[in-house]
Structures are given as structure tokens and as C-alpha cells.
Design a protein around this ligand. Structure first.
Ligand SMILES: [Fe+2]
Length: 193
């Protein structure tokens, strides 16, 4: 019975579930946790993402919009579901997501998540800087959420081939002021929208 339910779950049903979360929950942490569970369920359904993206066996790299919802979101409307088809070794600089929470799911492949936080003199560093405070690998079906203000970076560690990553932004990030950090030179800047 449970398997039948998983197999019949669709992206459209997921969108409805997420909208209900925004309708019924005001606490962003509960929202993020609940949506994470729904995304885990969706990622367990075989074939749906390839079908949506009309994806070939190889390549197809890029970012693709799956659903933009102007009726709900947090803290403002406009939550966004997107997919990124990542090249081997594809990475980014540490960044936060401003006031939004974000859920990262791996549909197929493997990405490394590193988390960073600010450290100041007296906290084990000579000068104020962001320091890594943990990393983990997400493989097929793994979902992780990041709270407002958290800093992370991602790396596609799939050695040959792509990783298919599904991301949900509680409000589309190009509407939000947020920062990117360079751990090499210690600089930070507002991210381009
Ligand atoms: Fe991110």
C-alpha cells in the first residue's frame, strides 16, 4: 500500500502539499522540515524529473524552472521549485539565502554540502572570518534544508557525469538580498540578482 502511494505521488501533488504547508504553518522551521519530508517522497518516484525536463541520458546541463508560485511563500509570496543539472566538479562560493529557507534534494548523483559560520577572535581564529563547521554528501533521494542566514556551498562530487539536484526556495532568491563570501580573501558581497 505504502509503495503504491509513493509511486503515484506527482510533482503536482507535491506543489499542492507545499501550498498547504504555507497556508497552515507560520513557523519557517516547521515549514522547511515539513517540505523536506514531501520532497523526499517526491524524489523517491522514479522517472518524473527526466520526463519534466525531457532529459537525455547524458548532458542537459543547466538550471530549469519547475514551478513558480505567486500565491504562497515565505517570508513573501513566490516560492520556487527548480532543478539544476550539474556538471562534474560544478561548485559555487559560500553563500546565504537571506531571509528565505531553502531545501536541496538530490534526485540522482552526489553533491557535497559544506556549512560555514562566522568566527571571531576568542573563537579559535586570529581574525574574524567564516570557517567551515561541517560537510556531508547527499546522494540519490537525500534532502537537506538550510535555515535563513545559514551559509553553505555545494560541489558536484559525481566524478563522471551529472548530478540532478532539485531545489525549493521559500521565496525566489532573485527577490531577496543575500550575500556571497570568499573564504580565500575574506571578502563578502551582495549577490547579483
Ligand atoms: Fe544555496
Amino acid at each position: 500500500m505504502a509503495q503504491t502511494q509513493v509511486a503515484s505521488y506527482t510533482m503536482e501533488a507535491f506543489v499542492e502539499d507545499v501550498n498547504n504547508v504555507f497556508r497552515n504553518e507560520t513557523d519557517p522551521h516547521i515549514q522547511a522540515k515539513t517540505v523536506t519530508a514531501y520532497l523526499k517522497k517526491l524524489l523517491a518516484v522514479p522517472g518524473w524529473l527526466e520526463e519534466k525536463l525531457e532529459l537525455e541520458e547524458e548532458g542537459g546541463f543547466g538550471r530549469f524552472s519547475l514551478h513558480l508560485d505567486e500565491e504562497a511563500g515565505h517570508p513573501g509570496n513566490g516560492w520556487w521549485l527548480m532543478a539544476s543539472v550539474q556538471k562534474p566538479g560544478q561548485d559555487n562560493l559560500p553563500h546565504d539565502h537571506g531571509v528565505t529557507w531553502v531545501v536541496y534534494g538530490v534526485y540522482k548523483g552526489a553533491i557535497q554540502q559544506r556549512k560555514w559560520r562566522w568566527a571571531f577572535p576568542g573563537e579559535g581564529v586570529d581574525k574574524a572570518q567564516i570557517v567551515e563547521h561541517g560537510r556531508f554528501i547527499q546522494e540519490d533521494g537525500a534532502v537537506a534544508y538550510f535555515m535563513p542566514g545559514e551559509i553553505h556551498d555545494t560541489l558536484n562530487v559525481q566524478e563522471e557525469g551529472r548530478s540532478l539536484v532539485v531545489r525549493l526556495e521559500s521565496q525566489k532568491l532573485d527577490r531577496v538580498t543575500r550575500f556571497q563570501y570568499n573564504p580565500e580573501d575574506g571578502s563578502m558581497k551582495v549577490m547579483d540578482r
